[in-house]
Design a protein around this ligand. Structure first.
Ligand code: A3P
Length: 288
């Protein structure tokens, strides 16, 4: 398999070489956004695939054909991935794009464009757990022996894709400079219908109630985990080892409580307070 153990360092951030090259990263940085573009921005494991599915369904007015026949990475390609240039389609309708890159790389180009940005964040304890399982399955990410080892690296901001804290704070600081919607995974979990309508309003895409019903139904965890176009089962075991973990793993808020000891959770809280001081973002750590 291609470049499975290569790491690209871009702007100080390690990224898997299987998906990124210096050329693909430069292409992303130089990308010309245009009016109508919608960019989904996330730190990994924050619900990226979920938002890709929601946007697909909003733009098809709830018709599931595209969602059930075209893989998510083709309908909402990652700007920085090697295949991006060849996948980008200049057709009718808005271009839905995805990125995990930090704000300092993309904000300058976005500020000079009329693209819309949807930033989807997730509470970082659940991100850490989900990311740990993703490292177990993704053969292009480093191996960690234990969750504890991974958690330490995550809190230091030394994992692939960099610091969660820097990513969220960096993008949130851009909220008044861009056409920007900030929404969380926990918002989607708490009230999917309300969140879909919020996204529709931001996009200027009115929908009939019956269409929202369809989007809501199709974007529930049980439905999405069965959809081969988003559950990553199309990717062979040599790249994503589905015996180690499922991509659509649990889809819940608060799974960190099954993985962190009270001491780990306290240490996490302390670092969270330090790193997020001066930033008024609040996260829901559980739904009960
Ligand atoms: P878990 O590993 O906690 O289950 P990303 O797409 O950014 O890689 O995020 C993947 C995470 O989002 C996984 O979390 C996955 O299960 C969850 N997810 C994807 N679709 C979802 C849905 N419809 N409802 C709830 N969670 C979903």
């Amino acid at each position: 398999m291609d470049r499975m153990s290569v790491t690209e360092i871009f702007n100080g951030i390690p990224l898997p070489g299987h998906l990124h090259t210096p050329e693909s990263l430069q292409y992303a940085q130089d990308f010309q956004f245009k009016e109508g573009d919608i960019l989904i921005v996330t730190y990994p494991k924050s619900g990226t695939t979920w938002m890709q599915e929601i946007l697909t369904l909003i733009y098809s007015q709830g018709d599931t054909e595209i969602a059930m026949t075209v893989p998510n990475w083709e309908r909402a390609p990652w700007l920085e991935h090697t295949y991006f240039k060849d996948t980008l389609k200049e057709g009718e309708g808005p271009r839905i794009l995805t990125t995990h890159l930090p704000s300092n790389v993309l904000a300058p180009a976005l500020q000079n464009s009329k693209a819309k940005v949807i930033y989807l964040a997730r509470n970082p304890k659940d991100v850490a757990v989900s990311f740990y399982y993703f490292h177990k399955m993704a053969k292009f990410l480093p191996d960690f022996n234990t969750f504890s080892e991974f958690l330490d690296r995550f809190l230091e901001g030394k994992v692939h894709y960099g610091s969660w804290f820097d990513h969220v704070k960096g993008w949130y600081r851009q909220r008044n400079n861009l056409d920007f919607l900030y929404i969380t995974y926990e918002d989607l979990k708490k009230d999917l219908r309300r969140s879909i309508k919020k996204v529709c309003r931001f996009l200027g895409c009115p929908m009939y109630s019956k269409e929202v019903d369809k989007v809501e139904h199709h974007c529930r965890f049980p439905e999405m985990s069965q959809n081969m176009m988003v559950n990553y089962m199309l990717i062979p075991n040599e790249i994503l080892d589905h015996d180690q973990s499922k991509f659509m793993r649990k889809g819940i808020v608060g799974d960190w409580r099954q993985h962190m000891t009270p001491e780990q959770s306290d240490a996490f809280d302390k670092i969270f307070q330090e790193k997020m001081s001066g930033c008024n973002l609040q996260f829901l750590w559980s739904l009960d």
